[in-house]
Design a protein around this ligand. Structure first.
Ligand code: AHM
Ligand code: MG
Length: 345
C-alpha cells in the first residue's frame, strides 16, 4: 500500500519548494476542493432527490439549464466567495462578473464552469467542474471585467473535478499535474495520480461526429485520416465520445489521444468557451506534456475579448494535435471519398 497523502498535505509540501510562497494558493485550492465536495455530494444523490429535470431557464449561452447546474453554481459561489480571497469571479452560468460578498481584499480571480456536461446528468454519465485562477491586475478598490479577461498564459492555477465512478480533482499550478481521488468514507481527496504525463501520441479521437457534414474540409480529412489503416501510426484510432468535455479530456489525458470541438457551419466559432473550458484544460494539458490549440493558435495565447467567448478546440497528445493542426491549416491532404464524405459546399 502506498502513502496516504491528503490534497492539503500534498499542496503544503509542494509549497516548501517555493521559499517565497505565501500559502495563499494553498488556501484557494483548499476552498475549491471544499466546494467540489459539496457539488459531488449533490451529484451522487441526483437520482434520489427531486432535483432532476429542467429549471425552465435558459442560461447566457442560450442553452437549457438543469437544476443541478444552478445548484452547483450557487454552491461554488457561496463556498468560495465567502472567504474573500477572490476579488471577482465569473461563471459559465452567469452573464456578468460576480463580486463575492467579501471581495475587498481578494487578490485573485476565479473563472469556472460549475457543471460541465450537464446534459448527461439524467443518464448518470460523468460530469465535472472546471476552474481557472488568475491574479488580479487592477488596483482599483473593486475588481473589473479586465481582471477576468486575461489570456490563459497568465493562469496561476487551473483544474477540474470529475464526478465519475469516483470523484477526482486534477489540477496544476504550473509545476506539473496532480490528481486526487475522493475517499468518500473520510471525505478527503487523496493523492492518487502524482505528476500526470499524457502520452505523446494516443489511439483515441473524441468529437461529436454527428456534426461531420457541417465541418470544414480540413477536419473532415483529418477524421478520415484517423480512420485509415496504418500499423506504424496505430491507425485506425478508436472513437470515444462522452459529451462531457471534462470526462472526454480526462480519459484522453490518461490514455492519450485527441479531443476536438472544431468550428462548423452550425457553430462558426466552435461551441466550447475559452475562459471556462478551453483555457483551464489547455493549461493542464500543456503541463502534462500535451498541446492545445484552436487549429492555428495556442489556446493560452488567445487574447479574450469577452467573458463568454467561444473557441474551436483541439486538445490532447502533442503529436495528434500537431497533425490535426496541419489538416486544419491545409498543410496535409488526403482524398475524400465523394460518396461517403462529400466535401462541405
Ligand atoms: P456545458 O458546459 O453546457 O455542459 O456544455 C459543454 C459540453 C461539453 O462538455 C461537451 O464537450 C459539449 O458540450 C458537447 O456538445 P455536443 O452535444 O454538441 O456534442
Ligand atoms: Mg455548464
Amino acid at each position: 500500500m502506498g502513502d496516504l497523502i491528503t490534497i492539503e498535505r500534498h499542496i503544503i509540501e509542494q509549497q516548501y519548494n517555493y521559499p517565497h510562497a505565501t500559502g495563499e494558493l494553498t488556501k484557494l485550492l483548499h476552498d475549491v476542493s471544499f466546494a467540489a465536495k459539496l457539488i459531488w455530494r449533490q451529484v451522487t444523490r441526483a437520482g434520489l432527490v427531486d432535483i432532476l429535470g429542467s429549471a425552465d431557464e435558459i442560461n447566457v449561452q442560450g442553452e437549457e439549464v438543469k437544476k443541478l447546474d444552478l445548484f452547483a453554481n450557487e454552491q461554488f459561489i457561496k463556498a468560495i466567495g465567502h472567504h474573500g480571497r477572490f476579488a471577482v469571479m465569473a461563471s459559465e452560468e452567469n452573464e456578468d462578473i460576480i463580486f463575492p460578498p467579501k471581495n475587498k481584499y481578494g487578490n485573485y480571480v476565479l473563472l469556472f464552469d460549475p457543471l460541465d456536461g450537464s446534459s448527461n446528468i439524467d443518464a448518470n454519465v460523468s460530469v465535472g467542474t472546471i476552474f481557472s485562477i488568475f491574479k488580479r491586475k487592477s488596483t482599483s478598490e473593486e475588481a473589473t471585467l479586465e481582471d477576468c479577461l486575461q489570456a490563459g498564459i497568465h493562469q496561476i492555477a487551473a483544474g477540474y473535478v470529475i464526478y465519475g465512478s469516483s470523484a477526482m480533482l486534477v489540477f496544476t499550478t504550473g509545476n506539473g499535474v496532480h490528481g486526487y481521488t475522493l475517499d468518500p468514507t473520510i471525505g478527503e481527496f487523496l493523492l492518487s495520480h502524482p505528476n500526470i504525463k499524457t502520452p505523446k501520441q494516443g489511439k483515441i479521437y473524441s468529437l461529436n461526429e454527428g456534426n461531420y457534414r457541417y465541418l470544414d474540409d480540413g477536419v473532415k480529412k483529418y477524421i478520415k485520416y484517423l480512420q485509415m489503416d496504418d500499423k506504424e501510426t496505430h491507425r485506425p484510432y478508436s472513437g470515444r465520445y462522452i459529451g462531457s468535455c471534462v470526462a472526454d479530456f480526462h480519459r484522453n489525458l490518461l490514455y492519450g489521444g485527441i479531443f476536438l470541438y472544431p468550428r462548423s457551419k452550425k457553430a462558426p466559432e466552435g461551441k466550447l468557451r475559452l475562459m471556462y473550458e478551453a483555457n483551464p484544460l489547455a493549461f493542464i494539458c500543456e503541463q502534462a506534456g500535451g498541446r492545445a490549440s484552436d487549429g492555428k493558435n495556442r489556446i493560452m495565447e488567445i487574447p479574450p475579448k469577452k467573458l463568454h467567448q467561444r473557441t474551436p478546440l483541439f486538445i490532447g497528445s502533442e503529436d495528434d494535435v500537431k497533425i490535426a493542426e496541419e489538416f486544419e491549416q491545409g498543410l496535409r491532404d488526403i482524398e475524400l471519398d465523394e460518396e461517403l464524405c462529400p466535401p462541405n459546399h
